[in-house]
Design a protein around this ligand. Sequence first.
Ligand code: SF4
Ligand code: SF4
Length: 373
Amino acid sequence: MSVIAMDGKAMLGYGNMRIPMHEDGAIDYETTFAMVDKYMASGYSYFDTCYVYEGSEALLKEALVDRYPRESFHITTKTSTIICETEEEMKAQFSTSLERLGVDYVDTYFIHFVTDRVMEKIERFRAFDWLRELKAKGLAKTIGFSFHGSAELLERLLSEEEGIDIVQLQINYLDWEDKKVQSRRMYEIARAHNVPIAVMEPCKGGWIAAEESDAAKVLKEAKPDASVASWAFRFVAGLPGVYVILSGMGNPEQVEDNLATLKDFTPLSEEERALTLKVVDMINAIPRVPCTKCKYCTNVCPKKLNIPKLMETYNNLIVFNALESSRYVYDMMIPNPNKRASACIGCGKCAEMCPQNIDIPNYLEELVEKLES
Ligand code: SF4
Ligand code: SF4
């Protein structure tokens, strides 16, 4: 039985995976502070981060923990077992997270990125037992896991693991019937177990929030004053059992837009849902790599390649079908030969980490063929 109380209304969560940056790669503190202040002023207070979100925990300390009373916000972070070799390493992540965040407990502690492949480690490290110990000691008020595995595994974990308060699932209208992500099926399993749901990637990393795409035009025609992102939020917020919707907001305007959507929230009508299906067909008709720029892959790449940037290059190549200009942009964007697609050694570690199941080495090979030969 979860200790998280639901009042039937999904709240907006402040996702901190993609943090605001300046052009030169420095963290944009001014924008972050403004976003945190706007978000806190709205009455919501749920902040989500993770041990492997680069710079995110330390940024939350400065923008939130040092500026607001501890009891005024709910902070979650996660242990990333996939990058640990031992149980001790996994446990050390918790102390590091507390230190980076400047707190002596977290409101929710998750096991990050649970997949079928990573279960061997999770079981060997007795990660769920350890989470329950943290909860019993009051170091984590609630516990859960973020999930990217199979429906069978989700069913097993929610049946067998005691004391799970919340499960974090990738749910959006683009992935609702997607054969790999299976948002609908995952949602139904969590509902059958009556576990509150934290929704991640409600806009699929921005894919269904872009204002300028052909798909966006369809939504704009139907509702000219509504943002494209608002459709994605209304889709997930209309699902019973959704406790929080995590939004990786990039600027104060996005915070405002998300807040306005949820404040005057009405679920999508039948007609509007039908329109989202049309949008899904339009998006799926363009064979792009569904990279959400989460950067999980870059943490494990031995060559330290900027994989999201390489995937973006691939997508531009496909969408614009302009070989010469793609080559030019590629040369400008990634001039260092050690950082280009041809530096990939094909180890496959990145693909194991990719929540979108992208066969990254394969796309890199194609990039080499098209842009480097
Ligand atoms: S397959 Fe290539 S891109 Fe992926 S982790 Fe290995 S070296 Fe990096
Ligand atoms: S390739 Fe996959 S793991 Fe890497 S940034 Fe894109 S979605 Fe994330």
